[in-house]
Design a protein around this ligand. Structure first.
Ligand SMILES: [Zn+2]
Length: 288
């Protein structure tokens, strides 16, 4: 089985990105796998601390392992936004491929200190796990929000990125480049789109020379996605868009027949809705 590092290196060389999608249940998980297999593309699935609490840490790892074993498929599991060393260690022990240690809410110096500690702890359990670090504040939740959270909008500088990467030795970097977690209601309707600072992405890539992740992809302008990937983004995260699709699908499934009680029948439209989002994003991220 090809490693995540190898998949990312190839994507980086080809200037395409690997899609990263979060899940909390089998609806999301099965939809992501089905879309990726349709497109014959490698895929990353992620569980945040909240999502992991719901799925179970080892259960999430077992789902991914089952797909790998059954289809020999390049699917990789990421511990999204991990804030404590204990939770990072639990993910490493469970067999996650990547762990994001998110110290972005800390001061720059404290973030470096804590990220170094996390890397040491994770790599002592399994040196093959990729560790991603974050700098710059882009908000916290994959939700529909009323207004841009305070402090969001500042950009990571190339110097900061270089310094952080050299000091911590992270494998992957998540900078702030105009991206944001969650979506404004106007973005859900499509009236407003997130715009990225492509020039800054290219500058950070040149300075830090590292694999990079674009967080908070939901609601981003398609052309900005393409240009951001060409400029150096190798992983792109989408969560809020699939949560919205999940909810709409569940609502449609419940409305279709008030007497239906079989969950797998009720939830079918939700699987289709999530699958459509993942398929269209994967097409965009892998276009050359
Ligand atoms: Zn994120």
């Amino acid at each position: 089985m090809i490693s995540l590092r190898e998949v990312l290196k190839r994507a980086e060389a080809e200037k395409v990105a690997v899609g990263h999608f979060n899940f909390s249940d089998l609806v999301g998980f099965n939809a992501i796998i089905a879309a990726a297999r349709d497109k014959k593309l490698p895929v990353m699935v992620g569980v945040s601390e909240g999502e992991r609490e719901f799925t179970g840490v080892r259960q999430a790892a077992a789902l991914v392992k089952a797909v790998r074993d059954e289809y020999d498929y390049p699917i990789f599991l990421n511990a999204d936004h991990t804030h404590s060393i204990a939770k990072a260690e639990a993910a490493a022990k469970a067999g996650f491929d990547e762990i994001i240690f998110d110290g972005s809410a800390l001061s720059f110096e404290e973030n470096i200190k804590q990220t170094k500690k996390a890397i040491e702890a994770i790599k002592s359990i399994n040196p093959a796990v990729l560790v991603e670090g974050e700098i710059g504040w882009i908000g916290a939740s994959s939700a529909v929000i009323d207004k841009v959270p305070e402090g969001v909008g500042g950009l990571t500088t190339p110097d900061e990125a270089k310094q952080f990467v050299e000091a911590t030795k992270v494998d992957v970097l998540a900078p702030a480049v105009g991206n944001m977690h969650g979506m404004l209601a106007s973005m859900v309707h499509g009236d407003v789109q997130k715009r990225l600072n492509i020039e800054r992405i290219a500058e950070i890539k040149a300075a830090a020379k590292i694999l990079m992740t674009l967080h908070g992809g939901s609601g981003t302008n398609d052309d900005d996605f393409r240009r951001a990937i060409k400029a150096g983004m190798t992983i792109v995260h989408v969560n809020t868009e699939i949560r919205i699709a999940w909810r709409r699908g569940v609502e449609a499934g419940l409305a279709a027949d008030p007497n239906e009680v079989a969950p797998y029948k009720i939830l079918k439209p939700a699987v289709e809705a999530v699958k459509d989002v993942v398929r269209s994003r994967l097409e965009l991220f892998s276009s050359r």
